[in-house]
Design a protein around this ligand. Structure first.
Ligand SMILES: Cc1cc2nc3c(=O)[nH]c(=O)nc-3n(C[C@H](O)[C@H](O)[C@H](O)COP(=O)(O)OP(=O)(O)OC[C@H]3O[C@@H](n4cnc5c(N)ncnc54)[C@H](O)[C@@H]3O)c2cc1C
Length: 396
Protein backbone atom coordinates (compact mmCIF):
# COMPACT_ATOMS: atom_id res chain seq x y z
CA UNK A 1 0.00 0.00 0.00
CA UNK A 2 1.43 3.44 -0.93
CA UNK A 3 2.33 5.75 1.94
CA UNK A 4 0.16 8.77 2.69
CA UNK A 5 1.62 12.12 1.65
CA UNK A 6 2.22 14.57 4.50
CA UNK A 7 1.22 18.22 4.70
CA UNK A 8 0.89 21.05 7.21
CA UNK A 9 -2.73 21.61 6.20
CA UNK A 10 -5.21 20.01 3.82
CA UNK A 11 -8.20 21.81 2.38
CA UNK A 12 -11.02 19.77 0.86
CA UNK A 13 -12.75 21.71 -1.93
CA UNK A 14 -11.27 24.08 -4.49
CA UNK A 15 -14.06 26.67 -4.50
CA UNK A 16 -13.43 30.21 -3.33
CA UNK A 17 -13.80 29.36 0.38
CA UNK A 18 -11.23 26.56 0.22
CA UNK A 19 -8.95 28.77 -1.86
CA UNK A 20 -9.29 31.69 0.58
CA UNK A 21 -8.44 29.42 3.53
CA UNK A 22 -5.39 28.06 1.69
CA UNK A 23 -4.31 31.64 0.89
CA UNK A 24 -4.74 32.78 4.49
CA UNK A 25 -2.73 29.84 5.86
CA UNK A 26 0.10 30.82 3.50
CA UNK A 27 -0.20 34.42 4.67
CA UNK A 28 0.12 33.35 8.31
CA UNK A 29 3.03 31.01 7.58
CA UNK A 30 4.65 31.29 4.14
CA UNK A 31 6.61 28.08 4.72
CA UNK A 32 3.43 26.00 5.33
CA UNK A 33 2.88 23.09 2.94
CA UNK A 34 -0.78 23.38 1.98
CA UNK A 35 -2.65 20.83 -0.13
CA UNK A 36 -6.03 21.51 -1.76
CA UNK A 37 -8.03 18.48 -2.89
CA UNK A 38 -10.69 19.08 -5.55
CA UNK A 39 -12.87 16.37 -7.03
CA UNK A 40 -13.48 18.12 -10.36
CA UNK A 41 -10.94 18.61 -13.15
CA UNK A 42 -10.48 22.27 -12.21
CA UNK A 43 -11.11 24.50 -9.19
CA UNK A 44 -14.21 26.71 -9.00
CA UNK A 45 -16.31 24.26 -11.03
CA UNK A 46 -19.48 24.64 -8.97
CA UNK A 47 -20.92 27.63 -7.08
CA UNK A 48 -17.82 29.79 -7.40
CA UNK A 49 -17.66 29.43 -11.16
CA UNK A 50 -21.38 29.82 -11.67
CA UNK A 51 -22.34 32.83 -9.60
CA UNK A 52 -23.35 36.37 -10.57
CA UNK A 53 -19.91 37.88 -10.04
CA UNK A 54 -21.23 40.60 -7.75
CA UNK A 55 -19.10 42.12 -5.00
CA UNK A 56 -21.79 42.63 -2.39
CA UNK A 57 -21.58 45.55 -0.02
CA UNK A 58 -23.31 44.14 3.10
CA UNK A 59 -26.67 45.84 2.62
CA UNK A 60 -29.08 43.02 3.35
CA UNK A 61 -27.71 41.05 6.25
CA UNK A 62 -29.03 40.82 9.78
CA UNK A 63 -26.90 43.12 11.95
CA UNK A 64 -24.56 41.13 14.16
CA UNK A 65 -24.74 38.01 11.96
CA UNK A 66 -21.59 36.45 10.58
CA UNK A 67 -22.81 37.49 7.11
CA UNK A 68 -23.02 41.15 8.14
CA UNK A 69 -19.68 40.98 9.96
CA UNK A 70 -17.74 39.29 7.21
CA UNK A 71 -19.31 40.93 4.15
CA UNK A 72 -17.92 44.42 4.64
CA UNK A 73 -14.57 43.12 5.90
CA UNK A 74 -14.44 40.60 3.03
CA UNK A 75 -15.39 43.35 0.56
CA UNK A 76 -12.40 45.50 1.55
CA UNK A 77 -10.04 42.52 1.66
CA UNK A 78 -11.25 41.39 -1.78
CA UNK A 79 -10.62 44.78 -3.37
CA UNK A 80 -7.11 44.87 -1.88
CA UNK A 81 -6.50 41.32 -3.10
CA UNK A 82 -7.60 42.25 -6.64
CA UNK A 83 -5.34 45.31 -6.62
CA UNK A 84 -2.39 43.25 -5.37
CA UNK A 85 -2.92 40.56 -8.02
CA UNK A 86 -3.94 42.96 -10.80
CA UNK A 87 -7.35 41.35 -11.24
CA UNK A 88 -9.97 43.54 -12.89
CA UNK A 89 -12.99 44.65 -10.89
CA UNK A 90 -15.45 47.50 -11.24
CA UNK A 91 -17.27 49.30 -8.45
CA UNK A 92 -20.17 50.24 -10.68
CA UNK A 93 -22.84 50.65 -7.96
CA UNK A 94 -26.33 49.24 -7.90
CA UNK A 95 -29.92 50.37 -7.68
CA UNK A 96 -32.48 48.46 -5.61
CA UNK A 97 -35.74 49.44 -7.25
CA UNK A 98 -39.15 49.59 -5.55
CA UNK A 99 -42.13 49.14 -7.82
CA UNK A 100 -44.99 49.48 -5.30
CA UNK A 101 -45.71 51.29 -2.02
CA UNK A 102 -44.96 48.27 0.13
CA UNK A 103 -41.55 47.95 -1.49
CA UNK A 104 -40.88 51.67 -0.97
CA UNK A 105 -41.39 51.11 2.78
CA UNK A 106 -39.05 48.12 2.68
CA UNK A 107 -36.50 50.23 0.79
CA UNK A 108 -36.28 52.65 3.72
CA UNK A 109 -35.83 49.73 6.14
CA UNK A 110 -33.12 48.36 3.85
CA UNK A 111 -31.28 51.68 3.87
CA UNK A 112 -31.33 51.70 7.69
CA UNK A 113 -30.07 48.14 7.82
CA UNK A 114 -27.25 48.99 5.40
CA UNK A 115 -26.25 51.95 7.55
CA UNK A 116 -26.31 49.78 10.68
CA UNK A 117 -24.01 47.38 8.85
CA UNK A 118 -21.55 50.21 8.20
CA UNK A 119 -22.41 51.29 4.65
CA UNK A 120 -22.17 54.97 3.82
CA UNK A 121 -23.49 57.18 1.01
CA UNK A 122 -26.70 55.18 0.60
CA UNK A 123 -29.28 57.39 -1.08
CA UNK A 124 -32.97 56.92 -1.80
CA UNK A 125 -33.72 58.29 -5.25
CA UNK A 126 -37.13 59.22 -6.65
CA UNK A 127 -38.32 57.32 -9.72
CA UNK A 128 -37.22 60.25 -11.92
CA UNK A 129 -33.76 60.44 -10.30
CA UNK A 130 -33.34 56.70 -10.74
CA UNK A 131 -34.23 57.07 -14.42
CA UNK A 132 -31.37 59.55 -14.84
CA UNK A 133 -29.02 56.69 -13.94
CA UNK A 134 -31.04 53.94 -15.64
CA UNK A 135 -33.27 55.42 -18.38
CA UNK A 136 -35.15 52.15 -19.02
CA UNK A 137 -35.93 51.45 -15.35
CA UNK A 138 -39.50 51.91 -14.14
CA UNK A 139 -39.82 52.32 -10.38
CA UNK A 140 -41.37 54.51 -7.68
CA UNK A 141 -38.07 54.90 -5.84
CA UNK A 142 -34.66 53.26 -5.72
CA UNK A 143 -31.87 52.83 -3.22
CA UNK A 144 -28.49 53.70 -4.72
CA UNK A 145 -25.69 51.58 -3.27
CA UNK A 146 -22.46 53.01 -4.68
CA UNK A 147 -20.17 50.36 -3.11
CA UNK A 148 -21.46 47.33 -5.04
CA UNK A 149 -19.16 46.00 -7.74
CA UNK A 150 -18.39 43.15 -10.12
CA UNK A 151 -15.47 40.74 -10.50
CA UNK A 152 -14.64 37.34 -11.96
CA UNK A 153 -14.56 34.97 -8.98
CA UNK A 154 -12.90 32.16 -10.96
CA UNK A 155 -9.88 34.39 -11.53
CA UNK A 156 -9.89 35.42 -7.86
CA UNK A 157 -9.94 31.74 -6.82
CA UNK A 158 -7.09 30.85 -9.19
CA UNK A 159 -4.99 33.69 -7.76
CA UNK A 160 -5.73 32.59 -4.18
CA UNK A 161 -4.57 29.04 -4.96
CA UNK A 162 -1.20 30.04 -6.38
CA UNK A 163 0.89 29.25 -3.28
CA UNK A 164 -0.70 25.84 -2.63
CA UNK A 165 -0.43 22.40 -4.16
CA UNK A 166 -3.75 21.61 -5.87
CA UNK A 167 -4.73 18.05 -6.79
CA UNK A 168 -7.77 17.86 -9.07
CA UNK A 169 -9.91 14.80 -9.91
CA UNK A 170 -9.42 13.84 -6.28
CA UNK A 171 -12.62 12.94 -4.49
CA UNK A 172 -12.36 12.77 -0.72
CA UNK A 173 -14.09 9.71 0.70
CA UNK A 174 -13.00 9.48 4.31
CA UNK A 175 -11.61 11.45 7.26
CA UNK A 176 -9.96 9.79 10.27
CA UNK A 177 -8.05 11.29 13.17
CA UNK A 178 -5.39 9.44 15.11
CA UNK A 179 -2.76 10.90 17.47
CA UNK A 180 -3.21 14.49 16.30
CA UNK A 181 -3.07 13.70 12.59
CA UNK A 182 -6.00 13.46 10.18
CA UNK A 183 -5.83 11.00 7.31
CA UNK A 184 -7.85 12.06 4.30
CA UNK A 185 -8.73 9.14 2.01
CA UNK A 186 -9.57 9.75 -1.61
CA UNK A 187 -9.96 7.93 -4.91
CA UNK A 188 -6.26 8.53 -5.61
CA UNK A 189 -4.77 7.68 -2.23
CA UNK A 190 -4.23 9.02 1.28
CA UNK A 191 -3.01 12.37 2.50
CA UNK A 192 -2.22 13.40 6.06
CA UNK A 193 -2.08 16.66 7.98
CA UNK A 194 -2.57 17.88 11.53
CA UNK A 195 -5.06 20.42 10.19
CA UNK A 196 -7.89 19.70 7.76
CA UNK A 197 -10.61 22.09 6.66
CA UNK A 198 -13.55 20.95 4.57
CA UNK A 199 -15.10 23.56 2.25
CA UNK A 200 -17.20 21.28 0.08
CA UNK A 201 -20.10 23.53 -0.89
CA UNK A 202 -22.94 21.40 -2.27
CA UNK A 203 -21.47 18.28 -0.61
CA UNK A 204 -20.70 19.86 2.75
CA UNK A 205 -23.37 17.99 4.76
CA UNK A 206 -22.19 14.63 3.36
CA UNK A 207 -18.56 15.27 4.31
CA UNK A 208 -19.68 16.47 7.74
CA UNK A 209 -21.69 13.26 8.25
CA UNK A 210 -18.62 11.28 7.14
CA UNK A 211 -16.81 13.03 10.01
CA UNK A 212 -19.46 12.13 12.59
CA UNK A 213 -20.94 15.63 12.72
CA UNK A 214 -24.68 15.81 13.26
CA UNK A 215 -25.29 19.35 12.08
CA UNK A 216 -29.11 19.06 12.17
CA UNK A 217 -29.28 20.59 8.72
CA UNK A 218 -29.12 19.34 5.16
CA UNK A 219 -28.02 20.91 1.90
CA UNK A 220 -31.02 21.45 -0.36
CA UNK A 221 -29.96 22.53 -3.82
CA UNK A 222 -31.65 25.56 -5.42
CA UNK A 223 -30.88 26.12 -9.09
CA UNK A 224 -30.62 29.62 -10.49
CA UNK A 225 -31.10 30.06 -14.24
CA UNK A 226 -29.77 33.08 -16.07
CA UNK A 227 -30.78 34.78 -19.27
CA UNK A 228 -28.49 37.26 -20.96
CA UNK A 229 -29.26 40.41 -22.87
CA UNK A 230 -28.64 40.13 -26.60
CA UNK A 231 -26.17 42.72 -27.99
CA UNK A 232 -28.94 45.08 -29.19
CA UNK A 233 -30.36 45.31 -25.63
CA UNK A 234 -27.18 45.62 -23.57
CA UNK A 235 -27.41 49.42 -23.53
CA UNK A 236 -30.72 49.12 -21.65
CA UNK A 237 -28.80 48.39 -18.42
CA UNK A 238 -25.98 50.66 -17.23
CA UNK A 239 -25.33 49.41 -13.68
CA UNK A 240 -26.71 46.60 -11.55
CA UNK A 241 -30.46 46.67 -10.97
CA UNK A 242 -32.10 44.61 -8.20
CA UNK A 243 -35.67 44.27 -7.00
CA UNK A 244 -36.45 44.86 -3.31
CA UNK A 245 -35.91 41.41 -1.77
CA UNK A 246 -38.76 39.47 -0.21
CA UNK A 247 -37.83 39.33 3.51
CA UNK A 248 -39.12 35.74 3.68
CA UNK A 249 -36.37 34.45 1.38
CA UNK A 250 -32.59 34.65 1.44
CA UNK A 251 -32.50 34.91 -2.38
CA UNK A 252 -32.41 38.36 -3.89
CA UNK A 253 -34.88 37.99 -6.76
CA UNK A 254 -34.04 38.10 -10.48
CA UNK A 255 -31.81 41.07 -11.19
CA UNK A 256 -29.72 42.62 -13.94
CA UNK A 257 -25.96 42.24 -13.58
CA UNK A 258 -23.31 43.78 -15.76
CA UNK A 259 -20.49 41.27 -16.11
CA UNK A 260 -16.84 42.23 -15.71
CA UNK A 261 -16.00 40.57 -19.04
CA UNK A 262 -18.81 42.47 -20.77
CA UNK A 263 -22.48 41.75 -21.33
CA UNK A 264 -25.46 41.80 -18.99
CA UNK A 265 -27.04 38.80 -17.27
CA UNK A 266 -30.56 38.59 -15.89
CA UNK A 267 -31.40 36.21 -13.06
CA UNK A 268 -30.95 33.98 -11.22
CA UNK A 269 -34.31 32.56 -10.19
CA UNK A 270 -34.41 30.01 -7.35
CA UNK A 271 -35.88 26.58 -8.13
CA UNK A 272 -35.59 23.36 -6.14
CA UNK A 273 -33.11 21.20 -8.04
CA UNK A 274 -33.37 17.42 -8.32
CA UNK A 275 -29.58 17.18 -8.61
CA UNK A 276 -26.91 18.96 -6.57
CA UNK A 277 -24.49 19.27 -9.47
CA UNK A 278 -26.74 18.83 -12.54
CA UNK A 279 -27.22 22.12 -14.30
CA UNK A 280 -29.91 21.18 -16.84
CA UNK A 281 -33.51 22.05 -15.96
CA UNK A 282 -34.58 18.39 -15.84
CA UNK A 283 -31.40 16.86 -14.43
CA UNK A 284 -32.15 14.32 -11.72
CA UNK A 285 -29.70 12.52 -9.46
CA UNK A 286 -31.58 9.82 -7.50
CA UNK A 287 -29.42 10.04 -4.34
CA UNK A 288 -29.61 13.84 -4.28
CA UNK A 289 -33.38 13.77 -4.71
CA UNK A 290 -33.82 11.08 -2.07
CA UNK A 291 -31.58 12.95 0.40
CA UNK A 292 -33.56 16.15 -0.10
CA UNK A 293 -36.99 14.52 0.15
CA UNK A 294 -36.15 12.28 3.08
CA UNK A 295 -35.22 15.34 5.18
CA UNK A 296 -38.14 16.54 7.28
CA UNK A 297 -37.05 20.15 6.83
CA UNK A 298 -37.46 19.95 3.05
CA UNK A 299 -41.03 18.69 3.39
CA UNK A 300 -41.82 21.41 5.95
CA UNK A 301 -40.34 23.99 3.57
CA UNK A 302 -42.40 22.67 0.64
CA UNK A 303 -45.58 22.59 2.72
CA UNK A 304 -45.09 26.24 3.69
CA UNK A 305 -43.99 27.58 0.31
CA UNK A 306 -45.57 25.23 -2.24
CA UNK A 307 -47.23 28.17 -3.97
CA UNK A 308 -44.00 30.17 -4.43
CA UNK A 309 -42.23 26.95 -5.41
CA UNK A 310 -44.70 26.26 -8.19
CA UNK A 311 -44.42 29.84 -9.44
CA UNK A 312 -40.62 29.55 -9.52
CA UNK A 313 -40.88 26.25 -11.42
CA UNK A 314 -43.21 27.82 -13.95
CA UNK A 315 -40.78 30.73 -14.36
CA UNK A 316 -37.92 28.28 -14.85
CA UNK A 317 -39.74 26.54 -17.70
CA UNK A 318 -41.38 29.55 -19.33
CA UNK A 319 -39.38 32.32 -20.96
CA UNK A 320 -42.51 34.50 -20.95
CA UNK A 321 -42.84 34.16 -17.17
CA UNK A 322 -39.15 34.97 -16.66
CA UNK A 323 -39.52 38.01 -18.93
CA UNK A 324 -42.54 39.15 -16.91
CA UNK A 325 -40.37 39.28 -13.77
CA UNK A 326 -37.73 41.27 -15.65
CA UNK A 327 -40.38 43.61 -17.09
CA UNK A 328 -41.34 44.68 -13.56
CA UNK A 329 -38.04 46.56 -13.59
CA UNK A 330 -37.46 47.21 -17.30
CA UNK A 331 -40.80 47.26 -19.15
CA UNK A 332 -39.23 47.90 -22.56
CA UNK A 333 -37.45 44.53 -22.57
CA UNK A 334 -38.93 42.08 -25.10
CA UNK A 335 -38.56 38.36 -25.65
CA UNK A 336 -36.21 39.00 -28.56
CA UNK A 337 -33.89 41.01 -26.23
CA UNK A 338 -33.02 38.01 -24.03
CA UNK A 339 -31.59 34.56 -24.55
CA UNK A 340 -31.20 31.66 -22.13
CA UNK A 341 -27.68 31.28 -20.76
CA UNK A 342 -26.06 29.30 -17.94
CA UNK A 343 -27.23 28.20 -14.51
CA UNK A 344 -25.76 27.74 -11.05
CA UNK A 345 -26.86 25.75 -8.01
CA UNK A 346 -26.87 27.21 -4.52
CA UNK A 347 -25.86 25.02 -1.60
CA UNK A 348 -28.54 26.13 0.83
CA UNK A 349 -28.69 24.49 4.24
CA UNK A 350 -32.22 23.80 5.51
CA UNK A 351 -32.81 22.98 9.17
CA UNK A 352 -35.14 20.30 10.49
CA UNK A 353 -37.99 22.81 10.87
CA UNK A 354 -37.79 23.77 7.21
CA UNK A 355 -36.07 27.13 7.75
CA UNK A 356 -33.49 28.15 5.18
CA UNK A 357 -30.38 28.68 7.30
CA UNK A 358 -29.56 32.29 6.65
CA UNK A 359 -26.17 32.74 8.25
CA UNK A 360 -22.84 31.10 7.53
CA UNK A 361 -22.27 27.98 9.64
CA UNK A 362 -18.84 26.66 10.67
CA UNK A 363 -18.30 23.61 12.91
CA UNK A 364 -15.53 21.42 14.24
CA UNK A 365 -15.89 17.70 13.51
CA UNK A 366 -13.93 14.76 14.90
CA UNK A 367 -11.21 14.90 12.25
CA UNK A 368 -11.70 18.20 10.42
CA UNK A 369 -13.20 21.67 10.63
CA UNK A 370 -16.24 22.09 8.37
CA UNK A 371 -17.92 24.92 6.48
CA UNK A 372 -21.56 23.81 6.58
CA UNK A 373 -23.39 26.75 5.06
CA UNK A 374 -21.73 29.38 2.87
CA UNK A 375 -24.35 30.83 0.54
CA UNK A 376 -24.24 34.30 -1.02
CA UNK A 377 -22.44 36.61 -0.25
CA UNK A 378 -19.77 34.06 0.65
CA UNK A 379 -17.74 34.77 -2.49
CA UNK A 380 -17.52 38.44 -1.48
CA UNK A 381 -16.86 37.50 2.15
CA UNK A 382 -14.44 34.67 1.38
CA UNK A 383 -11.25 36.22 2.80
CA UNK A 384 -13.05 37.32 5.97
CA UNK A 385 -14.70 33.89 6.32
CA UNK A 386 -11.26 32.34 5.98
CA UNK A 387 -10.04 34.53 8.89
CA UNK A 388 -13.05 33.43 10.92
CA UNK A 389 -12.33 29.75 10.12
CA UNK A 390 -8.69 29.99 11.11
CA UNK A 391 -9.51 31.92 14.27
CA UNK A 392 -12.03 29.27 15.30
CA UNK A 393 -10.09 26.22 14.15
CA UNK A 394 -6.64 27.31 15.34
CA UNK A 395 -6.77 30.39 17.52
CA UNK A 396 -3.40 32.15 17.49
C1 LIG B 1 -26.36 31.22 -8.86
C2 LIG B 1 -25.47 31.79 -7.79
C3 LIG B 1 -25.21 33.16 -7.76
C4 LIG B 1 -24.41 33.70 -6.75
N1 LIG B 1 -24.03 35.02 -6.80
C5 LIG B 1 -23.13 35.51 -5.91
C6 LIG B 1 -22.61 36.82 -6.05
O1 LIG B 1 -22.91 37.53 -7.00
N2 LIG B 1 -21.76 37.27 -5.09
C7 LIG B 1 -21.37 36.50 -4.02
O2 LIG B 1 -20.61 36.98 -3.18
N3 LIG B 1 -21.81 35.22 -3.90
C8 LIG B 1 -22.65 34.71 -4.83
N4 LIG B 1 -23.07 33.41 -4.76
C9 LIG B 1 -22.61 32.59 -3.65
C10 LIG B 1 -21.17 32.10 -3.87
O3 LIG B 1 -20.94 31.74 -5.19
C11 LIG B 1 -20.92 30.94 -2.94
O4 LIG B 1 -21.29 31.34 -1.64
C12 LIG B 1 -19.43 30.52 -2.93
O5 LIG B 1 -18.99 30.30 -4.24
C13 LIG B 1 -19.26 29.29 -2.08
O6 LIG B 1 -17.96 28.83 -2.27
P1 LIG B 1 -17.55 27.39 -1.76
O7 LIG B 1 -16.08 27.29 -1.93
O8 LIG B 1 -18.13 27.19 -0.39
O9 LIG B 1 -18.35 26.37 -2.69
P2 LIG B 1 -18.06 25.83 -4.17
O10 LIG B 1 -17.64 26.91 -5.08
O11 LIG B 1 -19.26 25.07 -4.55
O12 LIG B 1 -16.81 24.88 -3.97
C14 LIG B 1 -16.89 23.65 -3.28
C15 LIG B 1 -15.90 22.74 -3.94
O13 LIG B 1 -15.77 21.54 -3.19
C16 LIG B 1 -15.56 20.48 -4.11
N5 LIG B 1 -15.90 19.21 -3.44
C17 LIG B 1 -17.12 18.82 -2.96
N6 LIG B 1 -17.04 17.59 -2.45
C18 LIG B 1 -15.74 17.18 -2.58
C19 LIG B 1 -15.06 15.97 -2.24
N7 LIG B 1 -15.68 14.92 -1.67
N8 LIG B 1 -13.73 15.89 -2.53
C20 LIG B 1 -13.07 16.94 -3.13
N9 LIG B 1 -13.69 18.09 -3.48
C21 LIG B 1 -15.02 18.22 -3.20
C22 LIG B 1 -16.52 20.82 -5.23
O14 LIG B 1 -16.21 20.13 -6.43
C23 LIG B 1 -16.34 22.32 -5.34
O15 LIG B 1 -15.36 22.70 -6.27
C24 LIG B 1 -23.89 32.85 -5.74
C25 LIG B 1 -24.14 31.47 -5.79
C26 LIG B 1 -24.89 30.94 -6.82
C27 LIG B 1 -25.08 29.46 -6.89
Amino acid sequence: MTQASSWDAIIVGGGIIGAAVAYKIQQRDPSAKVLVLEKESKPASHQTGRNSGVIHSGLYYKPGSMKARTCLDGYHQLLKFCQLHELPYDICGKLVAATNDQEVDRLHALKERGQTNGLTHLTILSGEEAMEMEPELACLAALHVPQTGIVNYVKVTQAMLKGSEVITNCKVKGLKRHQGVTTVSSNIGKHQAPRVIVCAGLQSDRLAAMDGLDARMRIVPFRGDYFELKPQAIAKVKHLIYPVPDPQFPFLGVHFTRMIEGGVECGPNAVFSMAREGYGKLDLHPKDLLDALSWRGTLELFARHWNDGLKEMHRALSKAAFLKALNRLIPSLTGSDIQASRSGIRAQAVDIKGQLVDDFVLKQGAAAFHVLNAPSPAATSSLAIADEILNQAWPK
